[in-house]
Design a protein around this ligand. Structure first.
Ligand code: G3H
Ligand code: 13P
Ligand code: ZN
Length: 311
């Protein structure tokens, strides 16, 4: 099966009240851990690649790893550019075989966001590629860009119809209180997503797929394990999984998860190395790292996204 776009996945997810997981990939063990979990659970899947991942691993290596995963698992996989920051980056991924791109012009003024998104949509649609756009600004760190909580802003629902109709984008990422990275909320605070904003957006955009970025939950057990085995992470709080499950039952069709995979892999590699101090074979410590990714993705698919057995 060749790579697919997210169009059919999103239609089924919208109607079925679940969401597709979009997991970030950076190397072979991450690709294998994610795709083997999705295969075991017969879950549709989006693998996404950031600008940083392309700089780290190289476009061609990532492309070939994902093609190998498609061949090995037989899964319908959508390969997506995460947070494309320019027309050129999007064009390079479209020309290079991705089936979906995000143009993230959310930090630009409304009219500039529309113009750049429209330019990417025209190029992408001519080539059978779908486009995710963003309105509203999430706090946190993506690539080298850090957005403080004060600079972040919720999506304004009254802008979404004009934005979608003038750009022609295929899905829309909105800001309802999630943020990137492990440090999403101040320790001691109670995270609460703005479901009223999500409801109003979906009322204005019937049947239109909505995307949530910054949706890691930062399980405490992994932070504790990292710290137990030599790490020094300060208190970190993520998005409660029951709130993500609720979003998945509404108009949210794509949920982005990266930090939780990093935490799971790092915790298990640290544990392995601490318990086997004489070991120096990367295969020995990357094996539990890959297994930790597998287990985290399986948990997300079943308990958060609800997309198991939906192929
Ligand atoms: O949203 C950002 C993703 O977690 C990707 O992170 O830019 O460090 O690869 P990265
Ligand atoms: P997290 O940092 O919460 O995993 O978010 C990932 C993301 O939004 C990738 O685009
Ligand atoms: Zn993101």
């Amino acid at each position: 099966m060749p790579l697919v776009t997210s169009t059919k996945m999103f239609q089924k997810a919208y109607d079925g009240g679940y969401a597709i997981g979009a997991f970030n990939v950076n190397n072979m063990e991450i690709v294998q851990g994610i795709t083997e979990a999705a295969r075991d659970l017969e879950a549709p899947l989006i693998l996404q690649v950031s600008k940083g991942a392309r700089a780290y691993a190289n476009h061609t290596y990532l492309m070939k790893l994902v093609e190998a995963a498609v061949e090995e698992t037989g899964l319908p996989i959508c390969l997506h550019l995460d947070h494309g920051d320019s027309f050129e980056t999007c064009k390079s991924c479209i020309d290079g075989g991705f089936t979906s791109v995000m143009i993230d012009a959310s930090s630009k003024p409304f009219e500039e966001n529309i113009a750049l998104t429209r330019q990417v949509v025209e190029y992408a649609h001519d080539r059978g590629v779908v486009v995710e756009a963003e309105l509203g600004t999430l706090a946190g760190i993506e690539d080298d860009v850090k957005v403080s909580a004060e600079e972040s802003s919720y999506t304004h629902p009254e802008e979404v119809e004009e934005f979608v109709s003038r750009t022609g984008c295929d899905s829309l990422a909105i800001a309802i209180g999630t943020s990137h990275g492990a440090y999403k909320f101040k320790p001691g605070t109670k995270p609460q997503l703005r479901f009223d904003v999500l409801e109003e957006v979906s009322r204005r955009l019937p049947k239109f797929p909505i995307v949530l970025h910054g949706a890691s939950s930062v399980p405490q057990e992994f932070v504790s394990k990292i710290n137990q085995y030599g790490g020094n992470m300060p208190g970190a709080i993520g998005v409660p999984e029951d709130q993500l499950r609720k979003a998945a039952s509404m108009a949210v069709c794509k949920i982005n998860i990266d930090s939780d995979l990093r935490l799971a892999m790092t915790a298990s590699v640290r544990e392995y190395l601490a318990l086997h101090p004489a070991d120096f074979d990367p295969r020995q410590y990357l094996k539990p790292g890959r297994q930790a990714i597998h287990d985290m993705v399986a948990h997300k698919i079943v308990d958060v996204l609800g997309c198991d057995h939906k192929i």
